[in-house]
Design a protein around this ligand. Structure first.
Ligand code: PLP
Length: 398
């Protein structure tokens, strides 16, 4: 059908009698193995929020992945999936006293932090725990920059980890997040520079972290930009920057420095797809007098495709495979709800759709595996969350 979809995923989508979200577990496992191959020795802590689906977590845990959990509920889900507590960290810098104590009770011993206030609470409710301090990044180069809300400047990180040590905690590491769907190698370069500066300052105080956590941000390959052009992230360059940067950091510290990553999107995005269907293709005058076509689908912004303002998903119309000639026309694509925000590309960037698209025709929405389950609303206009199905390729038996 297309190079952007694996055979098991295509088969499951083709066989689906109704709407659903399909994950290819074999594809996710392969993606995990490839990442380990690019960054030998890396410890993966999968960011649960990108795909809190039990079968996906189980297959990652079985391969040795740990988890980046944002709170007690995610910690419990990771434990249920078979992860050992020492491979789960509490990666959210935002937490209540209650949640810190609960995580500690569940066996989690490593916590992210970015403030003296939070470190003081960890010391009180998870005594003796290991903490890593998140450094701020600009978010530049990312489709979703996770800046301002999280992370501290290098001098504050030194203060936070010195406070941690004084409070009986283990100042175990430093972390960054360069922003989600990061598109540049330079972002990791800047993050590594900031980590180097902080490691040197910590060394001056006799604080020697045992790991550096480069967070998430590794991109999916299969998205299009709003205009429909492939995003094509320079992954090889990113891995090269990370490998070289880690070597440089290792030269700055007295003890061995482990590399931790918290990929979310990168592991799952291209291995999940939505099977939706056509509601209707229409044509009418727009407020500016021009005529435009709109293609309404059964799934949109509130059915897991929340990120469609920033990226465009590849659409496949299996009933009309031939995109050539006049069979395809330009139409704004939109979801099914009574909310005008529920339009692909903000409703301003038309896509190519089959002229003959008829109500009920299946549509496959590709590279929808990241964040779709987390961003699904409950019963918006009476629409239930898409059922979730996991499939495997022939080489891996369930
Ligand atoms: C969401 C999140 C991630 C995953 O980010 P991706 O861009 O999906 O890889 C990693 N770490 C933290 C702390 C997060 O909040």
């Amino acid at each position: 059908m297309t190079v952007h979809i694996s055979a098991p995923l295509a088969a499951a989508l083709a066989a689906a009698p109704a709407d659903r979200l399909v994950y290819d577990l074999t594809g996710i496992e392969r993606q995990y193995d490839t990442l380990l191959g690019e960054l030998p020795g890396v410890r993966i802590r999968f960011a649960l929020k990108a795909c809190p689906v039990d079968d996906v977590l189980r297959c990652l845990a079985a391969r040795g992945a740990g988890f980046d959990a944002a709170g007690p509920a995610e910690i419990r889900q990771a434990l249920r999936a078979g992860a050992q507590a020492h491979r789960i960290h509490y990666g959210n810098t935002v937490k209540s006293d209650h949640d810190i104590a609960e995580a500690h009770r569940l066996g989690v011993r490593t916590f992210a932090t970015d403030s003296v206030e939070d470190v003081t609470a960890i010391a009180a409710h998870a005594p003796g725990a290991r903490v890593f301090c998140r450094l701020t990044t600009s978010g530049e180069g990312a489709l979703w920059g996770l800046n301002r809300k999280f992370g501290c400047a290098p001098h504050d990180a030194v203060r936070v980890l010195a406070t941690a040590r004084a409070a009986g905690l283990v100042p175990a590491g430093l972390s960054v997040h360069v922003g989600s769907q990061q598109m540049t190698g330079e972002a990791w370069q800047r993050a590594l520079d900031s980590l180097a500066e902080t490691l040197v300052a910590l060394d001056g105080l006799g604080i020697v972290p045992d790991h550096v956590n480069l967070g998430g941000g590794l991109p999916a390959r299969g998205y299009l930009d709003r205009h429909g052009n492939p995003l094509d992230p320079p992954l090889d360059k990113m891995f090269a920057v990370i490998r070289e940067g880690m070597e440089r950091l290792a030269g700055l510290t007295a003890a061995p420095l482990d590399l931790v990553l918290e990929p979310g999107r990168h592991l799952v995005a291209d291995h999940g797809a939505v099977r939706a269907h056509v509601y209707r293709l229409t044509e009418r005058a727009q407020p500016d007098g021009t005529r435009a076509r709109w293609l309404y689908l059964s799934a949109g912004k509130f059915n897991g495709l929340y990120e469609m303002d920033q990226i465009r998903h590849r659409l496949v119309f299996p009933a009309q495979a031939d995109e050539a000639g006049e069979a395809y026309v330009s139409a704004v694509v939109a979801g099914p709800t009574c909310d005008s925000d529920d339009a692909y590309g903000g409703g301003r960037h038309p896509a190519r759709v089959p002229r003959a698209a008829a109500s009920g025709d299946p549509v496959w929405i590709l590279s929808a595996g990241a964040y779709a389950t987390s961003y699904t609303t409950q019963g918006f206009n009476g629409i239930r969350p898409l059922p979730c199905v996991c499939v495997r390729g022939p080489e891996g038996q369930h």
